[in-house]
Write a protein that binds this ligand. Structure first.
Ligand SMILES: Cc1cc2nc3c(=O)[nH]c(=O)nc-3n(C[C@H](O)[C@H](O)[C@H](O)COP(=O)(O)OP(=O)(O)OC[C@H]3O[C@@H](n4cnc5c(N)ncnc54)[C@H](O)[C@@H]3O)c2cc1C
Length: 346
């Protein structure tokens, strides 16, 4: 089949690779060059985890995590900065909170390897200020992927299988007729293109200088604003920290991506409280489009012959290879978007 894929963030790249791997002739369109910073898939790191309070997402990642390992085997060792870094993940908070208790239940029910570490031991083990009344849920088969490498490496692999990349804006509906199938993965632009009920905000993450190196697992704090972060990279005294609470609404067509000072302050507060650093300093600030549906479920469907998907919400990257494979299934007619009713909506 000749298939057009519009959008080359992690979702379009993954769909293109899945289709190219299955022998289809793929043409990828993006208005920006691969690796650009105008969407949601740029930067160094994204969390990969099966630890979710909602078993629906845990179950998907039970399938999705091995797909990252496959990609790691194919390209991870050849790229500077690597691809999948399985350093483990801890989600910490009070054991009676819904987030912690439900996550433990999801992991247990789906046989995902995990350990519930008491707060005092967690503090000694990882040098994070986890309180005595808290616990840390450790999942060793988790960590982070190098986002820019994942997108670029996935597109490169697809091109090695014959896919071509065209740098131009495309209207997916106008491509019908020129291709057997059209797949659109336009991220934040799915709101206007497919009427997805999502908000698009500008999110700020920061690299904080702790003045010492910190090389533990990826961490998520169970707090109302859901602070998360990554270990430092080799030779660096900075760690990347972000906040899940959506920032200010933004029009994705606007060139500017303003930094959010309230988020920076929350990130510094986390560094003071959890890393015990008196005067943490911001080393670098990164901004990014965040697309969220109210329930944080993704959205996909088929419209006028166009198969579309948007992992609306700040947690979509880890599902990239799995969603790419599902989009390839839809294009081949093996499965339908309606097989996942939670996603088959606007
Ligand atoms: C700060 C931040 C932290 C995050 N942390 C995590 C995390 O730790 N773990 C996790 O799993 N997820 C995380 N996410 C979410 C994840 O990054 C996104 O869900 C994912 O990158 C979305 O990918 P996408 O391909 O759908 O969208 P995008 O990457 O935005 O790609 C869409 C592409 O479509 C192109 N496009 C749009 N319209 C057209 C058109 N008409 N013609 C041609 N091209 C077009 C755009 O140029 C763009 O390249 C985070 C997101 C942010 C912003």
């Amino acid at each position: 089949m000749r298939v057009a894929v519009v959008g080359a963030g992690i979702m379009g790249a993954s769909a293109a690779l899945a289709l190219a791997d299955r022998g289809h002739q793929v043409t990828i369109y993006d208005r920006h060059p691969p690796g650009h910073d105008r969407g949601s898939s740029h930067g160094r790191s994204r969390i990969v985890r099966a630890a979710y309070p909602d078993p629906f997402f845990t179950e998907i990642m039970v399938e999705g995590h091995p797909m990252w390992r496959d990609l790691q085997d194919r390209i991870g060792h050849q790229i500077e900065g690597g691809l999948l870094h399985e350093v483990g993940l801890i989600l910490f908070g009070r054991p009676d909170s819904a987030m912690v208790a439900d996550t433990i239940r999801s992991l247990r029910d789906l046989d995902v390897p995990h350990e519930v570490v008491p707060g005092d031991r967690a503090r000694d083990q990882w040098g994070l200020e986890i309180r005595s009344e808290e616990v840390a849920v450790l999942t060793p088969e988790a960590g982070w992927v190098h986002a820019a490498n994942a997108v670029a490496g996935t597109i490169d692999l697809a091109m090695q299988q014959g896919a071509i990349f065209i740098q131009e804006a495309a209207d997916p509906r106008a491509l019908i007729g020129q291709f057997d199938r059209v797949v659109a993965c336009v991220g934040a632009w799915a709101r206007e293109m497919f009427g997805v009920d999502a908000t698009v905000t500008c999110q700020t993450v920061a690299y904080v200088d702790l003045g010492r190196s910190w090389r533990g697992p990826v961490y998520i704090e169970d707090s109302p604003d859901f602070v998360y972060g990554f270990p430092g990279e080799r030779g660096s005294t900075t760690v990347k920290v972000g906040v899940h609470t959506p920032g200010l609404l933004i029009d994705p067509h606007k060139e500017t991506r303003p930094q959010n000072d309230a988020m920076i302050e929350r990130i510094l507060q986390f560094a003071r409280e959890r890393f015990g650093v008196e005067n943490p300093e911001i080393d670098e600030v990164v901004t990014c489009l965040y697309t969220n549906t109210a329930d944080e479920d993704f959205r996909w469907g088929e419209d006028d012959g166009v198969i579309w998907a948007s992992p609306c919400s700040g947690h979509g990257f880890k599902f990239g290879p799995w969603i790419g494979a599902r989009l390839a299934d839809f294009a081949e007619g093996k499965r339908s978007p309606a097989d996942w009713p939670r996603f088959n909506r606007r």
